[in-house]
Design a binder for this molecule. Sequence first.
Ligand code: KG4
Ligand code: ZN
Length: 338
Amino acid sequence: MKEKIILGIETSCDDTSFALIKGNPDDLGQIPTLLAHQSFSQELMLAKWGGVVPEIAARNHLEKITPLLDSCFKQAQISIEDIDIVAVTTHPGLLGPLLTGINCAKTLSLMHNLPIASVNHLYAHLEAIHLTTNVPYPYLGLLVSGGHSIYLKVTSPTDFEILGNTIDDAAGEAFDKGGKLLGLGYPAGKIIDDLALNGDATKYKFPISMLDSGDATLSFSGVKTSLRNFIEAHPDKDFKMEDVCASYQHAIVEALSRKLKKAQEIGNAQNLPIVVGGGVACNSELRRNLHKNFSNVHFVAPKFCTDNGAMIANYALRIFHHAISFPECLALDARGQF
Ligand code: KG4
Ligand code: ZN
């Protein structure tokens, strides 16, 4: 089969992102070509609300869809007639934001007679590794984002077995909620990461939950509560923010790292390559820790870690033969995961 051009659309949360990629669905070992990538992050607009407000995020997506789509085709110097398929995140995500992207995809599909690929956002995060690196299957995946912290054994682009999950907050939530308690703004993952670079991670001890559970289950609500207690015990803020950030970050990263060992055991995956994706995969301490403690670790490139259209187009390339021709059948599934 010859190379195909795919338009990827991502609007599941607070990033509006489009990408055009070119690749051969029958030669998945080849790195696809990124023809264009245009994104808008609502972070600054949503900061004053302290997080994502779904209705506001959906309206912001609507405003950005047309200009970003135009810029994408201009950047790639092609037109809609040149593309073979439209790919869009259909699950999981926020209802209103998902709907804006899905309706955009359906409209393009109906107007230009294009098939649609319905993309699972979580799979797309991990498979984004193939935008830069050819990692063979099976691999052990760690998906760490604002909404998820999951260990998965991935045997093909469509075969994902869960080895461990969080029972409460996701790692990204732990960063964001911790940052809110510390008055650092939203989203706080990168802010904490940057401050921690100049801090002492051994200064304070924050708990690492579920160490004795014997499985790859994670929990981050305890570390957040412990940070709240710490702040209440220091009303005069007689601490160095950098030290608190480094210590808090250490507890989150250490939990992810230790449970990765458990996931290896449970999945009989000690000899498999490890792939780490999702927004928290940008974290410098997580990168340092996993490279030190594991071999054959591959991190998704930072620009493809946080929500983006390239990972959606890339995943559609990998499931190209499952695309559907009738967009009327395409449904969203806000809570669906697998
Ligand atoms: O994958 P993503 O863009 O959205 C979801 O699908 O959830 O991830 C966003 C999350 C936020 O919680 C953000 O604080 C976190 O990724 N994040 C980081 C870093 N950069 C982004 N967390 C820790 N360190 C970072 N450098
Ligand atoms: Zn995401």
